[in-house]
Design a protein around this ligand. Structure first.
Ligand code: SAH
Length: 525
């Protein structure tokens, strides 16, 4: 047996056989209706390992950001906008076949469910014909999700025990000969119309001609499950006018049936504390965007404008200092970034939290303290005022600081407030620059557009440098923020904002995300 195994293991790889399709594989995946959290666990897993992603216009780009897709994955935007001829579909089919034949793991990402008015089954047919292996991963379809986010169930006991999903051409000149509107009018239950918005008037006429009462409740949900979701309610007779008066456009779902009335009782999405509010969150790209998540969950339409990026400094001095941690009595951190970078340097040198045994630790701000605690290090000093001066003051009060050796890990350009505060304490301070913050204008385009459209309710700033860099990206013009309220993380950030000509409307009571969120809620209440 052994020689056989030996031979197999040493066999040269088989040459590619052109007659046999390569080992590529296509997953036809539903991306859900828009809310990036309405994607399946399976879709996330497939995206994370895809070699190529082929996606549509209605797929929320956020689904593919923040490391959800490998940085080296091929991205193909095949978004079809407007009534594009079906030749495009052939090109998409051909692209899928080609990528699979190149041996790639392909994710074909489609809005909602891939097989609900999504032509996913046509792509499956093309793959089957080409002999390419594939699978189908269902998604949350807009016809169920958009009503749900509008507080409209598509079925309800005693009200509707059937639901019909219907599509109409967007092209108003085409007659939908394949939809029997008269029989739909008689069918009872709920009607859910995809792609009907431009033809609403015509569809309403066909339904009422078929005998459906013009008083039947109806609603249109535009951009369902997206932060910009809007809902218009009326009757079947009034819905076309109501939708056009409100300027409703695609994508939208129209619901016809008594279930639409339940919205009055169970609407929730548009009743959250920050629903309909647009907020720019300026925060460093590498920082967890928990602020954005919190505001989104409260209903806000958040535009993330990473005004700065964090660039770690040369790690050698930091590594060296951490190797000799035992020579210090204190280690001070001014930010979560400083903790993260120091920790990476420590781990890179094979160390861990035990190195901090016998060393006292000071942290500016709760987030910094939490970052330390997450790594098994409880800070000894967290000043009530989350600034370097605040830490200096707190240290001055302590009996165990005078004459000590202090390692101070901070950002470039952080100022010398802390060393100044301890100048007469006979301490030896070893300052290490762990990182620099540099402007990132690329992230500010969406924010600038929204400000120009005067559609921003508030802007949050978490540090003095984010204020500076954000205003730089706006061409240094404080007037560009228009009527947006300015809300900051603390006194230093507020000072920086005022110095640059901004009016500060609120400040977080403590330097925490919770307090900042509370301040936003207060201001926009
Ligand atoms: N496969 C998709 C539907 C594709 S057809 C799904 O299962 O949801 C495209 C149509 O779907 C749009 O014209 C619109 O009518 C509807 N649609 C898609 N996303 C929507 C959304 N977020 N809100 C409202 N309608 C949406």
């Amino acid at each position: 047996m052994a020689p056989g195994i030996f031979r197999v293991m040493n066999a040269p790889p088989l040459p590619p056989d052109p007659a046999r399709p390569a080992s590529g594989f296509v997953s036809l995946v539903g991306a859900g209706p828009g809310d990036p959290e309405l994607i399946t666990v399976r879709a996330r897993a497939l995206l994370a390992r895809a070699d190529a992603v082929v996606y549509d216009a209605l797929v929320n780009p956020r689904i593919m950001q923040n490391g959800a897709v490998r940085a080296d994955a091929e991205m193909h935007d095949v978004g079809k906008r407007g009534g594009v001829p079906s030749a495009r579909q052939d090109a998409i089919n051909a692209l899928l076949v080609r990528l699979a034949r190149e041996g790639k793991r392909v994710v074909r990402l489609k809005g909602g469910d891939p097989l609900v008015f999504g032509r996913g089954s046509e792509e499956a047919q093309a793959l089957a014909q080409a002999g390419v292996s594939f699978e189908i991963v269902p998604g949350v379809t807009a016809g169920v999700a958009a009503p749900a986010y509008a507080g409209i169930p598509v079925t309800h006991r005693g009200v509707a025990s059937a639901v019909t999903f219907i599509t109409g051409h967007e092209d108003p000149t085409k007659v939908d000969s394949d939809v029997d509107w008269a029989s739909l009018a008689r069918a009872g239950g709920t009607l859910v119309l995809y792609m009907g918005v431009k033809r609403l008037r015509e569809i309403v006429a066909a339904l009422t001609a078929g005998g459906l009462s013009a008083d039947t409740p109806a609603a249109v949900v535009e951009w369902g499950t997206w932060p910009r979701q809007r809902t218009v309610e009326s009757t079947l007779g009034g819905i076309a006018h109501a939708a056009s008066a409100a300027g409703i456009a695609a994508p939208s779902i129209t619901i016809v049936g008594s279930v639409a009335r339940l919205r009055g009782e169970i609407a929730w999405f548009d009743r959250r504390p920050l629903s309909g509010r647009r907020i720019i969150v300026t925060r460093a790209r590498t920082q967890a965007s928990d602020l954005a998540t919190r505001l989104t969950e409260l209903g806000a339409d958040v535009i993330e404008a990473p005004a700065i990026v964090i660039v770690p400094a040369d790690p050698a001095p930091l590594r060296d200092a951490l190797r000799h941690l035992g020579e210090y009595q204190w280690v001070l951190f001014t930010s979560q970034n400083a903790v993260e970078i120091a920790w990476a340097a420590l781990r890179g040198a094979g160390g861990d939290a035990r190195r901090f045994a016998g060393v006292r630790v000071g942290a500016v701000g709760q987030a910094t303290a939490r970052a330390l605690l997450d790594r098994g290090i409880a800070a000894d000093v967290i000043p009530p005022r989350a600034t370097a001066e605040g830490l200096g003051d707190a240290l001055r009060q302590r009996p165990d600081v005078r004459g000590t050796r202090i390692l101070f890990i901070q950002a470039d350009g952080a100022g010398d407030a802390l060393p100044a505060a301890l100048r007469d304490m006979d301490t030896t301070m070893h300052e290490i620059v762990a990182y620099r913050t540099v402007p990132d204008a690329s992230g500010t385009n969406a924010a600038r557009d929204a400000l120009t459209a005067n559609s921003v309710d508030a802007i949050t700033f978490t540090s003095a440098s984010t204020v500076r860099f954000f205003l730089d990206a706006l061409g240094g013009n404080a007037g560009a923020v228009g009527g947006a309220r300015i809300i900051t993380m603390g006194p230093r950030t507020s000072d920086a904002a005022r110095m640059l000509g901004l009016t500060v409307h609120a400040e977080a009571a403590t330097a925490t995300i919770d307090a900042l969120v509370d301040a936003v809620r207060d201001v926009l209440r």
